[in-house]
Design a binder for this molecule. Structure first.
Ligand SMILES: [Zn+2]
Ligand SMILES: [Zn+2]
Length: 69
């Protein structure tokens, strides 16, 4: 099964609890961040900001501890 990263704009931006990427940065609604459910547990919605995607930074699932590119 191939990994599918869906690039999408943030339609609903929650100012109370904004999405944060794996490096702890708050996702700017203007940037092309990606979100996908953890490929291991499928429970936690992981966000990656544009910068992390370009740099290929690793992410970590807070739910199961899965780390991936
Ligand atoms: Zn997980
Ligand atoms: Zn980031």
């Amino acid at each position: 099964m191939s990994k599918a990263e869906v690039v999408r704009k943030i339609d609903v931006y929650d100012n109370v609890k904004p999405p944060t990427c794996s490096s702890g940065k708050v996702i700017n609604p203007a940037e092309k961040a990606v979100s996908f459910f953890c490929p291991n547990c499928g429970v936690f919605l992981i966000w990656r900001c544009e910068k992390d995607r370009i740099q290929g930074a690793t992410y970590r699932c807070p739910n199961c501890g899965f780390e991936g590119p």
